[in-house]
Design a protein around this ligand. Sequence first.
Ligand code: GTP
Ligand code: MG
Length: 197
Amino acid sequence: MKIKSADFIISNSRVEQCPNEPLPEYAFIGRSNVGKSSLINSLTQRKGLAKTSGRPGKTQLINHFKINNNWFLVDLPGYGYARVSKKDKKIFQKYITDYFLKRKQLVSAFVLIDIRHEPQKIDLEFMQWLGENAIPFAIVFTKADKLKPNAIEKQVQSYLDTLTSSIWEEAPPHFITSSSKGIGREELLDYIDSINR
Ligand code: GTP
Ligand code: MG
């Protein structure tokens, strides 16, 4: 799929205030610093479209980006950021869960996982919660440039093994990406195109 346009539309903390056009959308979620905003910039090839930072906790709102004038990419705040206060964590959690439970336009979530990390409870629990609520999702492994090809394969296989031995009979679709190298960009865009309704 070719990206002809990518425009920031709106940021907010309430699902009710998200754009009300009936366009399909795809939301990126995962731990803080995993590379959600960077992936949006890589997919759209627009540096600086979504704000990124080396420090976790950069994205704090629900951000809508309109692509090719007919669908949305959504950048969300990360979860699991230790330096956010307990109260803020609850607020974040509430509007993220509200977003996923109420957003009718959502076609699929993408759960981002740093390819270097072993499976972590918070990610597994989040995926389980998506499953329980019948919210479709795919896994996107990020920062693949940080590992050699055989290490990539090993990490991904062991991650998928964890999923199929604990939560799922079948692993969800998965993608291996690097925003800095553009790895996986075409595959991810083609997948979005293929599930676009
Ligand atoms: P929050 O908004 O805080 O939840 O973080 P985020 O998930 O949006 O992460 P962000 O895109 O801001 O990136 C976090 C850090 O990871 C930045 O320093 C990025 O440059 C770096 N990063 C993101 N993607 C990649 C990648 O593919 N490869 C490498 N090497 N670094 C990456
Ligand atoms: Mg971000």
